[in-house]
Design a protein around this ligand. Structure first.
Ligand code: NAP
Length: 339
């Protein structure tokens, strides 16, 4: 494929993989980072033979500066950048404002530059929260903001809603769709780890001594990136308005641990085997932000189906167990976890 795509957030886990696959597919890529002087050398080292096919621009989600330059000459945008921190901020607007306003900013500048296709990296966070005991979700479900979910979940839901409303009101001819991943795993490029990958890191390096009764959806970063590329390359009628959940399967933490022990026994010395009692999660939640978040997830199934995405985009998800094994192997092979 030829043409130019702006990938926002080229320093990120998913953004990097999207750039990788687009360059391999023949696209030219513009990417935004917060500070090009700081980040460009790292990106150039990763794609050392990209030359003029990769251009790096400074543009923050919170400011107009740089966006006109970054979108100029682009045919399409993959808007990946959004804050995804481990800790919950005291003020939810620290996440909501960059997520929502950054998306609207990217859309506005893209539209002004004549971009006709826009793929937003949304999240299962915009699908599967605030519905009581409901366990199974798909592309038709929306997180219920009236249930006052945690700030990150709000930020992704508000950003996707805002994007869809903006396109309907201001650029109805633009081909817009979202990719909605559950927790993303798979090979890592360097030690700047996404929050999701931290879960496997903490499991194999011994920082999680006991396994809480909690489950998560798992998807591979290579599949998430592939979905962005397919959404950019598919016929407009196939993707316009779509939501594409990215999810291989839902796994309990105890099953993630068991699968890693089985598939990579040499990396499993520190993987916990014993369960963390729910009461302990509650106590730890009093002074550990991560545990406070986990508390609401205990025993909860939140299974988002990726079948619609496989059917429409025409691919099969890498099995979750493979993805977890590849995460653990790359963390050790790259020396990020020393066992
Ligand atoms: P990541 O590695 O932390 O990447 C986040 C990216 O967003 C980074 O490039 C970061 O830039 C950029 N960013 C954050 N705040 C910014 C700001 N104010 N201005 C400009 N750039 C900003 O996380 P990721 O896992 O790749 O996540 C990428 C996207 O996927 C996010 O939209 C996230 O919500 C979504 N997602 C991720 C997962 C997952 O499990 N990983 C699941 C569902 C959805 P810096 O390097 O400068 O911080």
């Amino acid at each position: 494929m030829t043409g130019t795509v702006l990938v926002t957030g080229g320093t990120g886990y998913i953004g990097g993989e999207v750039i990788d696959q687009l360059l391999a597919d023949g696209w030219s890529v513009h990417t935004t980072v917060r500070d090009a002087a700081k980040s460009e050398p790292r990106l150039r080292a990763r794609w050392s033979d990209a030359g003029e096919r990769l251009k790096v621009f400074s543009a923050d989600l919170l400011s107009d500066a740089g966006w006109a330059q970054a979108t100029a000459g682009c045919d399409a945008v993959a808007h990946v950048a959004s804050p995804f921190p481990m800790a919950t901020p005291r003020d939810e607007n620290d996440l909501i404002v960059p997520a929502r306003d950054g998306t609207l900013r990217a859309l506005r500048f893209a539209h002004e530059a004549g971009v006709t296709r826009f793929v937003q990296t949304s999240s299962a966070a915009a699908i599967a929260y605030g519905h009581g005991d409901k366990e199974h979700f798909d592309q038709n479900d929306w997180t219920n903001l009236a249930a006052d979910p945690p700030p990150y979940i709000k930020s992704k839901t508000i950003a996707e809603r805002a994007a869809r409303d903006w396109v309907a009101d201001n650029a109805p001819g633009m081909v817009f769709c979202s990719i909605n991943p559950v927790a993303v795993f798979g090979p890592v490029y360097d030690g700047d780890l996404s929050t999701s990958v931290e879960i496997v890191k903490k499991m194999i390096d011994g920082s999680i001594p006991l396994l809480p009764d909690m489950g998560i959806g798992v998807v591979d970063v290579r599949d998430v990136a592939k979905m962005h590329v397919l959404a950019l390359e598919a016929p407009a009628a196939t993707v316009a308005g779509e939501r594409f959940p990215a999810s291989a399967s839902f796994l309990w933490m105890r099953d993630m641990a068991a699968s890693l022990r089985r598939r990579a026994p040499e990396l499993s010395r520190k993987i916990p085997t014993r369960a963390m009692p729910d009461w302990l999660v509650g106590v730890l939640g009093l002074f550990m932000a991560e545990m406070k978040l986990i508390k609401g997830e205990l025993g909860k199934v939140r299974d988002v189906s990726g079948k619609h995405s496989e059917d429409v985009l025409g691919f099969t998800f890498i099995p979750a167990e493979q993805s977890l094994e590849d995460t653990a192997r790359s963390l050790t092979e790259r020396g990020i976890v020393k066992l």
